[in-house]
Design a protein around this ligand. Structure first.
Ligand code: WTA
Length: 683
């Protein structure tokens, strides 16, 4: 795709939607009646939805939530089949069982199936069904370029035509049901178009975030063996131009060396194909490939505790029903909304809440190509006003990055913000990290907790229904049964804190790790038999609110992006002058967590600025710029137990400079290592 010519985009007509404005009263020390009837803790701030807001909300009260939640838990089959049959199109209804599951490793293989035997298509449900319901001329996509002043729109019927052309093209080059397609695109309309085109023909898309390096891309290509890779020549992010096609070319050479046979990759024998030369020649209608609810929809690679990224596999029917339903309730969706999610489609948030969830609801979705603070830190609010955005879903990192100097009062009273009215905003959403409440308290904030693996929101406020406690993701979504267990896997009751697990399946759950069901079982279901283990710690307060306390494994969350410390370590040790490396997360003002690397150079090599730069470059080329360490700490040796295990607990304390909390170091082979590390901390 040629993405340096913006002329084919046209300016949009001013949106006329003017959503109701709302107010939320912020009341401290309020006694609210919540789950189980216990009063909210005195010490917490509680934010009540305003009466006006609640009156028009889909779930207008706690009572209503509790009623629906209870129904969803007592009779999951009835609850979900009711939604599935009334709100979606099925070519053929599922079999006798709405779902079947085994989440207990002691009882055999882990299996989760929803709506098995049901025949449908997600693209049809996003486009054809909504067009049939009268949305043909509704704006489906607004696209805002990195450069202010360039934009474009597509209505639902125009979007369908574009999707069909690409679907026809993909079929013409031999892409069939079940084949993988790798997508390496920035936030252009062509990205959701590609996802939907794949879904239409039953192909399995695997979107790779366009910030990953060619080596990471190659690794994913080798794993899922796509028939086609779709990319564009270049993208502008802020003032920088990134040449994506060059990265793909390098990745293809890499994956070739790693053994993709010629027959399988015939398409690369010819010349690369320009999307805009070829795709528009194809017909604008395209037959749907009807698929089983349990046929795969997409693969998305994510980081785990060990080096190799995991191909999280989501299937069709359950994912469709779950993302659409969570979108609708967590954002209290109305037909008049203009929805903007700042996530990139390269991550799960972009899959579930840029493309599928909103489109299944027939929503108007805004895509922004560029950097949030380009050309200045007011760009987001400029975009909010320009399109009259009503629902804004973002990450705490993005907001912190705008505030830069850490002074929120001065940012929000600055011209960057005050020259925009932002009055269209109705609901704010946040994901990926714990959020500290920021700004005015006019809009309800949905702090959504979920994961690539869960497909959709798991613990989230429903605006209008609940008194909120800022910083808490509050209560489970319908059908979700979170449990907190101790290290022995015993469920804890009442006020408690421990490991967050989930009991029973929900429709949006991932079904396997691509090509490695054993790793799926080991990572997620063996640690606490009988439960899905999330990898997160969680506290439940005495009012039943959930407070996420971060990962308990070797995964870190940098700017809301998941990175395995092992991935960064293996990149570092691939450097010829690096003997050993240990990576931990450390608190970071803007990114939430930063990457802190302890590095031992090979013998005879001394610490130098040059080596530091060269190590950082290695990580950038092997993973991507976003994984570059924030700090490299020289380590003559690493603290290890007698069995050779690196004591990360100690490294985390050193990284955080909590030197009086190092704990017991007597089990180390050489406790002196710790003193050496402390001495070298600021070199
Ligand atoms: C973290 C992103 C606190 C958590 C959607 C989880 C959160 C990981 C929240 C998944 C939240 C996600 N509050 N922490 N609201 N949402 N997390 O797969 O540690 O990229 O396990 O999915 O992000 O990251 P992933």
């Amino acid at each position: 795709l040629n993405n340096h010519n913006h002329n084919h985009h046209f300016r949009h007509a001013d949106s006329t939607a003017s959503p109701p404005s709302s107010a939320v009263a912020k009341i401290s020390h309020l006694k609210a009646v919540v789950l189980g009837g216990a009063p909210a803790s005195e010490e917490d701030d509680v934010v009540l939805p305003s009466h006006d807001y609640s009156r028009q909300a889909l779930v207008p009260s706690q009572q209503k939530y509790l009623e629906m939640y209870k129904a969803s838990i007592e009779n999951p089959a009835g609850f979900w089949s009711g939604i599935a049959s009334s709100e979606f199109y099925w070519k053929q209804r599922w079999g006798d069982q709405v779902y079947s599951e085994n989440l207990d490793v002691r009882r055999g293989n882990i299996k989760i199936e929803w709506f098995k035997g049901g025949i449908t298509n997600v693209c049809y449900n996003c486009l054809d069904r909504n067009i049939g319901a009268g949305l043909a001329d509704k704006i489906a996509l607004y696209w805002e370029s990195n450069e202010p002043g360039f934009d474009a729109t597509l209505t639902y019927s125009q979007l369908l035509q574009r999707v069909c052309q690409l679907a026809n093209y993909l079929r013409s080059v031999g892409v069939r049901k079940g084949d993988a397609v790798v997508v390496y695109l920035p936030m252009l309309m062509e990205l959701p178009i590609t996802m939907l085109a794949c879904a239409r023909i039953g192909a399995v898309h695997s979107v790779v975030f366009a910030g990953f390096s060619s080596e990471s891309l190659a690794q994913r290509i080798v794993d899922c063996k796509p028939k086609v890779v779709i990319t564009c020549n270049a993208v502008k992010r802020g003032p920088k131009t990134i040449f994506l096609k060059d990265i793909v070319d390098a990745a293809l050479i890499d994956s070739d060396n790693q053994g993709i046979s010629r027959e399988k990759t015939k398409w690369k024998e010819g010349r690369d194909i320009w999307w805009e030369d070829v795709v528009p020649k194809y017909p604008t209608s395209c037959d749907v490939e009807w698929v089983d609810a349990e046929d795969p929809l997409f693969l998305l690679y994510t980081s785990g505790s060990t080096g190799k990224p995991k191909g999280v596999l989501h299937t069709t029917g359950g994912y469709m029903v779950y993302t659409a339903t969570t979108f609708k309730y967590a954002f209290d969706y109305k037909d008049s909304d203009v929805y903007w999610c700042t996530a990139d489609c390269g991550w799960i948030t972009g899959h579930s809440y840029v493309t599928y969830g909103p489109m299944l609801n027939g929503a108007t979705v805004l895509l922004y190509e560029g950097a949030p603070s380009y050309p200045d830190p007011g760009r987001c609010w400029d975009i909010v006003d320009k399109y009259k955005v009503t629902i804004f879903y973002t990450t705490p990192t993005l907001v912190r990055s705008l505030i830069r100097d850490g002074d929120e009062a001065s940012y929000f009273s600055n011209l960057y913000v005050t020259r925009y009215s932002r009055k269209s905003l109705r609901v704010l959403g946040s994901a990926g990290e714990p959020i500290n409440p920021i700004g005015g308290s006019r809009c309800p904030i949905s702090d959504t907790w979920w994961q690539t693996e869960t497909g959709g929101f798991m613990i989230t406020p429903l605006p209008g229904a609940w008194p909120q406690k800022p910083g808490s993701a509050t209560f489970p979504f319908f059908g979700v049964q979170p449990v907190i267990v101790d290290e022995k896997g015993v469920e804890l009751d009442g006020e408690c804190s421990g490991y967050l697990c989930v009991k029973s399946s929900w429709p949006g759950a991932f079904r396997t790790l691509y090509g490695d069901h054993e790793r799926y079982e080991t990572t997620y279901f063996k640690p606490f038999p009988g439960y899905y283990f999330t990898g997160d710690g969680c506290r439940r307060d005495k009012d039943g609110y959930h407070w996420l306390t971060g990962r308990v494994d070797d995964v870190i969350n940098v700017s809301g992006r998941r990175i395995g410390t092992a991935e960064v370590e293996s990149a570092l040790v691939s450097h010829p002058q690096c003997a050993e490396a240990a990576v931990v997360g450390v608190e970071h003002q803007v990114k939430g967590q930063g990457i802190y690397a302890f590095v031992t150079p090979v013998e005879g090599i001394s610490y130098s600025e040059e080596l530091r730069k060269s190590l950082t470059l290695t990580v950038r080329t092997q993973i991507g710029a976003f994984a570059a360490p924030d700090k490299i700490h020289w380590a003559p040796a690493l603290p290890k137990t007698r069995s050779g295990k690196i004591m990360r607990r100690i490294l985390r304390k050193i990284a955080a400079r909590q030197l009086d909390e190092l704990g017991d170091t007597s089990t180390l082979t050489d406790p002196g290592v710790v003193d050496q590390l402390i001495k070298l901390a600021d070199t």
